[in-house]
Design a protein around this ligand. Sequence first.
Ligand SMILES: Nc1ncnc2c1ncn2[C@@H]1O[C@H](COP(=O)(O)OP(=O)(O)OP(=O)(O)O)[C@@H](O)[C@H]1O
Ligand SMILES: Nc1ncnc2c1ncn2[C@@H]1O[C@H](COP(=O)(O)OP(=O)(O)OP(=O)(O)O)[C@@H](O)[C@H]1O
Ligand SMILES: [Mg+2]
Ligand SMILES: [Mg+2]
Lengths: 227, 227
Amino acid sequence: MIELTDIVKTYNAGMQPVHALRGISLKIQTGEYVAIMGASGSGKSTLMHLIGCLDRPTSGRFLLAGKEVQTLNQDELADIRNRLIGFVFQQFNLLPRMTALENVMLPLVYAKVSPSIRRERAETVLKLVGLGDRMHHRPNQLSGGQQQRVSIARSLVNEPQIIVADEPTGALDSHTSADIMTLLKELHSQGMTVILVTHDSEIASYARRLIRIKDGLIVGDTLSVST
Amino acid sequence: MIELTDIVKTYNAGMQPVHALRGISLKIQTGEYVAIMGASGSGKSTLMHLIGCLDRPTSGRFLLAGKEVQTLNQDELADIRNRLIGFVFQQFNLLPRMTALENVMLPLVYAKVSPSIRRERAETVLKLVGLGDRMHHRPNQLSGGQQQRVSIARSLVNEPQIIVADEPTGALDSHTSADIMTLLKELHSQGMTVILVTHDSEIASYARRLIRIKDGLIVGDTLSVST
Ligand SMILES: Nc1ncnc2c1ncn2[C@@H]1O[C@H](COP(=O)(O)OP(=O)(O)OP(=O)(O)O)[C@@H](O)[C@H]1O
Ligand SMILES: Nc1ncnc2c1ncn2[C@@H]1O[C@H](COP(=O)(O)OP(=O)(O)OP(=O)(O)O)[C@@H](O)[C@H]1O
Ligand SMILES: [Mg+2]
Ligand SMILES: [Mg+2]
């Protein structure tokens, strides 16, 4: 389902070029549960943005559901994103002037779902992450962990085939983290492909496969022996 | 040094009032090292903003270095903040159009330090958190953990007496976290008061005292038995 070949990403921002990804080759099958770990600055979010079709590689090949993603234009990329992928951003990326409910309804607008169904689905998924009583708060009226959960809810509302989650429990206490991981486990058992970045080895242990990244390269790719 | 008595904080934002803090009483002596833990939404960031003089209580008394903080005006609060307190925000609060270096130099502008000394001190503290080669990047050219470290560097550049850190290692891998905790331990041994919120019990174990918050109330306050 996901196949990266010699993926390179270099940032050129008027200073020293930053070689964020230096040649990544990776295959992820439909329905897999993969965790990605690595030091701060090693390239994890960069890799997630490429897999999530939010950014393009500098060079290399990216096959997603049979399509050559690096050749698609912006509209085609947006279409793939909206239909297939749910993305949880490391820093949430919520729209500040919308409520939690409105933020979660947004992907359904792109999917051309009717307003009443949009609202109903958004409310359901917000309750699933424990925010039933915070739906009408705006992001600056929510705690850090509540904003993170809105970001998680938004990624799930379109029933995506692939969840790309960049440190989805970073702002959560252990109890709330466990609730979120149980939710992801349930969705995975229903066929969803889960790719998550984490700094927490306990969170990584929910996955079947662990990929380690260092200085823009894959330095480890192992199957979990437990379960 | 810090004394809270019956501190209440209620948010009224046009919807149901939220009783974020419901009567907190707490004393923290000069030079203590305190960790605060509690569920997502329990009131930790609200408490940290009050202690850090970034917000006022709805009611209750707050003595800081002998002054009745709840009676001070905005200028007096700003003065206390800039002289005594270094604050690490849960979501970093970096200025997007400034580089890492400029962001870290900002507290020294308020302290009326000369431009060359400002630059020198900011560079020193950025190197201390491992960002010597990222000084001229803006926040959106930095990874999540790098932004967090800029926020930490900024809180330390004014050599504050009290560090108020809201989940300072939330976006960091274990190795980088350990570096940051070693830095805080060193500063604490030099006399700094450290108050940190964390979801990670391993990070909390660096502190001498652990305060647990639940639904806006203190439900535990224990001294660490180790070390
Ligand atoms: N401006 C606001 N208006 C209304 N409610 C608010 C506002 N800011 C925070 N809240 C609510 O107050 C409660 C406490 O928020 P706070 O940010 O202190 O939690 P926290 O313990 O830091 O949580 P986390 O671990 O998720 O960061 C939350 O339920 C939150 O929804
Ligand atoms: N727009 C950009 N311009 C220049 N350099 C960038 C840009 N975005 C990221 N970088 C750099 O690319 C490297 C990889 O960043 P990335 O965000 O992928 O790291 P990460 O592994 O997610 O780190 P963390 O665990 O701290 O979130 C970092 O060294 C960062 O400074
Ligand atoms: Mg990242
Ligand atoms: Mg918080």
